[in-house]
Design a protein around this ligand. Structure first.
Ligand code: 13P
Length: 256
């Protein structure tokens, strides 16, 4: 399985800034076959960046899309419109769950719509600080996983990526804390167990599990060596080119 290093740019960069960043990243990036480098710019930048990107070196992801392909849905962008522009899409990010009020039903439809349009969903799941404090982590993880994957067939599961992002570890969370490798490993085991229960061992083992939450070049090595972790979903640090390139280099070293 490849190692995934995904940069989630969130609501940052103008189209021009995104294009300059991509230009520099492509220049700095060797063609690593075993590392899948992905960046997720704002929707407005996807079209120009899709013409600029060298898909042998890296891929693009959308940060979101709507589950219907067309119709009277003012302000939305569909997965069918993103076909050919993005190879991946982030679905169920906590900022969409909690700020934009997306629930598991909506996320489930988005995962299905992504697959229908040949875009691989990166399904984000993770508990809040109070859910963890109340001992609800396992239930939340299981519910978000079962809910998000409800419409995914056995045949399609190998196109899905799971990202574990504890909300309390995301840098934009007030007083964010660092997740420890042991805390992550415990949740990864739960994700693997749940996937195996739904899809069987062989199919479940094909699903990459990423970690996201204040990842930077100082902790990337430790997070990448957590058993069961196949990559990282990087927020703030992915906006700094040198940091992002360092994280990719660390991933390469950890693999070899
Ligand atoms: P930070 O790396 O800024 O904590 O963001 C994590 C995240 O939300 C990535 O999707």
């Amino acid at each position: 399985m490849k190692t995934y290093i995904v940069g989630n740019w969130k609501l940052n960069f103008t189209v021009g800034e995104a294009s300059i960043y991509l230009h520099k990243l492509l220049k700095a990036l060797p063609n690593y076959r075993d590392i899948e480098v992905v960046v997720a710019p704002s929707a407005i930048a996807l079209q120009p960046l899709s013409l600029q990107v060298d898909r042998h070196k890296m891929k693009l992801a959308a940060q979101n899309a709507f589950y219907r392909d067309y119709g009277a849905f003012t302000g939305e962008t569909s997965f069918s419109q993103l076909r050919g522009l993005a190879d991946y899409v982030i679905v169920g990010h906590s900022e969409r769950r909690y700020i934009l009020k997306e629930d598991d039903k909506m996320i489930q439809k988005k995962v299905a719509a992504a697959l229908r349009n040949k875009i691989s969903p990166i399904l984000c799941i993770g508990e809040t600080e109070s859910e963890r404090a109340f001992g609800e982590t396992a239930d939340i993880i299981r519910d978000q996983l079962v809910g998000g994957l409800a419409e995914v067939s056995d045949d399609d599961l190998d196109k899905v990526i799971i990202a574990y992002e504890p909300v309390w570890a995301i840098s934009s969370t007030k007083a964010a804390k660092m997740a420890s490798p042991d805390e992550i490993a415990e949740v990864v085991r739960l994700i693997q167990k749940t996937l195996k229960e739904i899809y069987g061992v062989k199919t479940a083992e094909k699903v990459p599990i990423l970690f996201g939450g204040s990842v930077n070049s100082s902790n990337a090595g430790a997070y990448l060596t957590v058993p069961g972790i196949n990559g990282l979903l990087v927020g703030g640090a992915s906006l700094i080119l040198n940091e992002f390139v360092d994280i990719i280099e660390i991933a390469k070293r950890v693999r070899s």
